[in-house]
Design a protein around this ligand. Structure first.
Ligand SMILES: [Zn+2]
Length: 154
């Protein structure tokens, strides 16, 4: 999760919402990703999708059956869908996302019996660090916006 947080900081450095992800296999990190939605103008550029793509490329397989995915924020419905499709057996989550989380907050797509695959979920890993990263980012954004408004008035 420490490395996932490091990835999230990369997103923060380019003014993206700080979300980071790594995929581990046999004790080694095989793929990393961070949110690049704005900079790449793509809704697909979530940290998890990028990491899944890299892991698939590395293993030469769309199945990531022996892998654990670590992500700083609870996956959205798109990423949870990709996790199920890639058959990732274990997902470790930092902070939960009550507004869009699809690993238990809004819906739990990772553990629906109706699908052919379910993932084990571990929540709250380094939760404080993961959510502090996000709250700091949004506070900073609000501060910048407020400053911008003052500037407009002058
Ligand atoms: Zn997502």
């Amino acid at each position: 999760m420490k490395e996932a947080i490091r990835q999230a900081r990369k997103a923060e450095a380019i003014e993206e919402v700080p979300i980071g992800c790594v995929i581990e296999r046999e004790g080694k990190i095989i793929a990393r990703g961070y949110n690049r939605r704005n900079i790449d103008h793509s809704v697909l550029k979530h940290a998890e999708i990028t990491a899944i793509q890299k892991a698939c490329r590395k293993l030469g397989d769309w199945r990531l059956e022996d892998c654990t995915l670590y992500v700083t924020l609870e996956p959205c419905q798109m990423c949870a869908g990709a996790i199920v499709q890639a058959r990732i057996p274990r997902v470790v989550i930092g902070a939960m996302n009550p507004k869009a989380g699809s690993a238990g907050s809004v819906i739990n797509l990772l553990q629906m019996r109706e699908f052919n695959h379910q993932a084990e979920i571990e929540k709250g890993v380094m939760e404080e660090d993961c959510s502090a990263l996000l709250s700091h980012f949004f506070a900073e954004l609000r501060r910048k916006k407020a400053k911008g408004t003052d500037h407009d008035r002058q």
